[in-house]
Design a protein around this ligand. Structure first.
Ligand SMILES: Nc1ncnc2c1ncn2[C@@H]1O[C@H](COP(=O)(O)OP(=O)(O)O)[C@@H](O)[C@H]1O
Ligand SMILES: [Mg+2]
Length: 308
């Protein structure tokens, strides 16, 4: 754990009955991150978030917030955490203000000034007197964020903040999330099943699929780690057989005079060195960029489903 890390999970696991829905997930969210927790529906994102918030008991593994173990001292660990989980539920016939009053009373209270400040931040100032049932989905989402902001958290957990929003609403929520990060210094941990949402907002991502963490790191790193390499070489078939023996190298196909590889955790220079060492005459190495969309689909098995 680095000095910077604010939220850390270690081998976090959740079994429902005999079924493992979160399997050994180790996450590290650093102070200042806008961290995207990406995965298709059913991947285990909400369950992970609920474990972090102490709403669901972990089967095994640990969670620490600012170094404090959630399992041991939930109250202290979560004092600095604000959250909006699964489409915030409000009393629709009451106003935004009254809803804030009710929820804040449950959480130990907040001053009137802080409530006004939170409404200001999320852009609901002036609308707090309206009943929540006239609010748009985006406004409800923002009221949820206002509520999460009341106790001055350091980190905010947002479970699928873009869900159910029209393009304008999701644009507004993204702008708000960015503002929370840049203007208010908050660390953000948000989940989404939509790649473009995460791509536009986050500097770091973790990809979860069927309970397994497939990737964790920068968005840029994801692009470079998962690209194709076209190798122009004299005897592609033999070169392909040779390379297939190495971990991290997958031969996708051969064409006359060239070979296309998929590399993971291995770089082109390394491939070149192995080939030259073995006496293959390499004429050209060219990296072919895969789109982020493709990488995501491939990692999460979309390719298999699409083919089926
Ligand atoms: N309380 C529960 N009991 C049994 N299974 C559950 C429960 N909550 C979630 N699951 C299952 O766990 C898996 C992950 O769900 P979830 O965490 O909601 O995924 P996501 O948020 O990524 O869509 C799903 O297969 C879901 O059906
Ligand atoms: Mg979910």
């Amino acid at each position: 754990m680095s000095a910077e890390s604010l939220l850390v999970t270690e081998s976090l696991t959740k079994r429902f009955g005999g079924r493992c829905v979160v399997d050994g997930v180790s996450l590290e969210v650093n102070r200042g991150d806008v961290f995207g927790f990406l995965g298709p529906n059913g991947a285990g994102k909400s369950t992970t978030m609920r474990m972090i918030l102490g709403l669901v008991r972990a089967s095994s593994g640990t969670i620490r917030v600012a170094g404090i173990d959630v399992g041991r001292d939930r109250r202290a660990a979560l004092a600095k955490v604000g959250a909006v989980v699964e489409g915030p539920a409000f009393y629709d016939h009451l106003s935004g203000w009254e809803n804030l009053e009710i929820f804040t009373a449950l959480g130990g209270g907040a001053t009137r000034a802080r409530m006004e400040e939170a409404l200001e931040i999320v852009g609901l100032r002036g609308r707090e007197g309206d009943p929540v049932d006239v609010y748009s989905t985006g406004m409800r989402q923002r009221l949820g964020i206002a509520q999460a902001l009341l106790p001055h958290p350091e980190i905010i957990l947002l479970d699928e903040p873009g869900n159910g929003l029209d393009p304008r609403g999701s644009l507004e929520i993204r702008a708000l999330i960015r503002q929370l990060s840049t203007d208010h210094g908050l660390t953000i941990f948000l989940s989404s099943h939509l790649l473009h949402e995460v791509e536009q907002l986050c500097d770091r991502v973790a990809i979860l699929d069927r309970g397994h963490l497939l990737y964790q790191g920068s968005v840029a790193g994801l692009l470079t780690r998962a690209s194709y390499l076209r190798v122009v070489v004299e005897s592609p078939a033999a070169a392909g057989r040779f390379l297939e023996g190495f971990e991290g190298v997958q031969v996708l196909y051969e064409e006359t005079g060239s070979l296309t590889l998929r590399l993971s955790g291995v770089d082109p220079a390394w491939v070149n060195a192995r080939l030259v060492e073995k006496g293959f005459r390499v004429q050209e190495l060219r990296q072919v960029r895969e789109s982020l969309e493709n990488i995501f689909l491939r990692l999460t098995g979309g390719e298999r489903e699409a083919a089926a």
